[in-house]
Design a protein around this ligand. Structure first.
Ligand code: 4AZ
Length: 445
């Protein structure tokens, strides 16, 4: 099992190609050899000319060997230069300017709102409050559910003298953007406190015992979706009764009996499955627009009959918050039990992970890479030099990105050409595109 004490740098790899293996020592010594021979001949022709040609050779032979490995956005910039038709433009989605933001502050979880051009955060007066607003606010922050909402007396909390409030305009309950009217006071003397379902936390991740990181609990939302005794795909826990996976995982086995499926969470080693009951599945809900031809809309929800027991090693991941931007180059992580080498035919026994930086869809769809095969419901992450990637068996599993201490499910492992092939990074279902479908599906049932 991998012992990891820091969070930096690529992990052991779901699939990792050792770049150092590319015969660097031999090619380096060959280069030195050529260099010396070249210098001896050139020396006979004259010191001045020899020095000139020698330094030219030095540049020519040593430059590639000493250049650093590509990382983050640098790999994209180099690609942009060599791939015809690709411009190095930033990807900005034409989104509306954000007019309202929310946060839950302090131990009391007081709801605060930031409206339009104001920089201060306003406490929300309880007058006109209704729970539907609370559900929408929790969802917009990346949580699946609202778990508690209450009124707190202003006399029970310490306030800044300059603290201002937001009053709810009546008749605008459905409009999260418009409903907030700044005010210097709260006539009811009460403000709103909200609790959303917990997500995206790793209670054990920072606990290092005697220099050994606790591997179990590192990715508490990681699930294994099993058909009989066989691990078929990864999944991500959203709530005790809900796991998200890839639709293609389910599609391939659509004729199997529902009772043959099990979901296991809180595992690191697959050999522990035998002692583990696993949760039975109540319903399999593939996205209605899933296409087996091009893997568009490659997500499915599993509703569990037996809920998962949340603990330090089992917990939910957050969804992306509304309008949350995950920029290219962001160091996200993918995890799973898939193949660790493309020639292997078995899943890994222990859970593997690796850093997978987000890549621009514009570049990933270029003629050098996937030539337009990516739809709006897909994103790319990983490395252009093929150093690490998700592989078969990782499908359905999480691609998560940090925002402070909180982890959001940005992608679901979906497809790719081979595994860790240069210029063919992993392709993921883009979770931000499925938020409404996920909320509607989970809310209704
Ligand atoms: C698969 O077959 C698969 N390299 C998953 C991910 C990738 C390729 C194949 C990405 O499940």
């Amino acid at each position: 099992m991998e012992i990891r004490c820091t969070e930096e740098g690529p992990g052991p790899g779901i699939f990792r190609r050792e770049l150092g293996e590319q015969q660097q020592p031999t090619s380096q010594s060959q280069r030195w050899c050529c260099l010396q021979r070249g210098c001896a001949i050139l020396g006979a022709l004259g010191l001045l000319a020899g020095a000139g040609v020698g330094s030219w050779l030095l540049v020519l032979y040593l430059w590639p060997a000493t250049s650093p490995p590509l990382s983050g956005t640098l790999q994209e910039e180099e690609m942009t230069l060599s791939c015809p038709g690709v411009t190095n433009e930033e990807e900005f989605l034409p989104s509306l300017p954000k007019t309202v933001s929310f946060r839950l502050n302090g131990e009391d979880l007081l709801l605060e709102v930031q409206v339009r051009a104001r920089s201060d955060w306003l406490l929300v007066c309880h007058g006109g409050w209704n729970p539907t607003l609370g559900i929408h606010i929790c969802q917009s922050l990346g949580h699946l559910r609202l778990t508690q909402h209450k009124a707190v007396n202003l006399s029970d909390i310490k306030l800044n003298r300059s603290q201002e409030f937001a009053q709810l305009s009546s008749g605008l309950e459905g409009h999260l953007e418009e409903a907030w009217q700044p005010s210097t006071n709260c006539p009811s003397g009460r403000i709103v406190s909200l609790k959303c379902s917990e997500c995206g936390a790793r209670p054990l991740a920072s606990r290092i015992v005697g220099g050994q990181a606790v591997a179990s609990g590192r990715w508490p939302w990681q699930a294994s979706v099993m058909l009989g005794s066989r691990h078929t795909c990864g999944g991500s826990v959203l709530a005790p009764h809900w796991v998200v996976t890839a639709a293609h995982c389910i599609h391939s086995f659509r004729l199997s009996r529902l009772s043959s499926w099990r979901v296991h969470a809180g595992l690191v080693s697959h050999s522990a499955v035998r002692q583990h009951q696993g949760a039975t599945v109540e319903k399999i809900i593939p996205h209605p627009s899933y296409s087996a031809q091009n893997h568009d809309y490659d997500v499915a929800l599993l509703q569990l009959r037996t809920p998962l027991n949340f603990s330090d090693t089992v917990g939910a991941v957050c969804l992306p918050a509304k309008e949350q931007q995950f920029p290219r180059g962001l160091q996200c992580w993918v995890s799973g039990w898939g193949h660790t080498d493309p020639s292997h035919t078995h899943s890994s026994d222990t859970l593997q992970d690796t850093v997978a930086p987000l890549l621009s869809t514009h570049l990933c769809n270029s003629s050098c890479m996937y030539s337009g095969a990516l739809t709006h419901r897909m994103l790319c992450a990983g490395y252009l030099d093929g150093r690490a990637d998700a592989c078969q068996g990782d499908s359905g599993g999480p691609l998560v990105c940090p925002s402070g201490d909180t982890w959001h499910l940005v992608g679901v492992v979906s497809w790719g050409r081979g595994c860790a092939e240069p210029n063919h990074p992993g392709v993921y279902a883009k979770v931000a595109e499925f938020l409404d479908w996920i909320h509607d599906t989970v809310q209704v049932r």
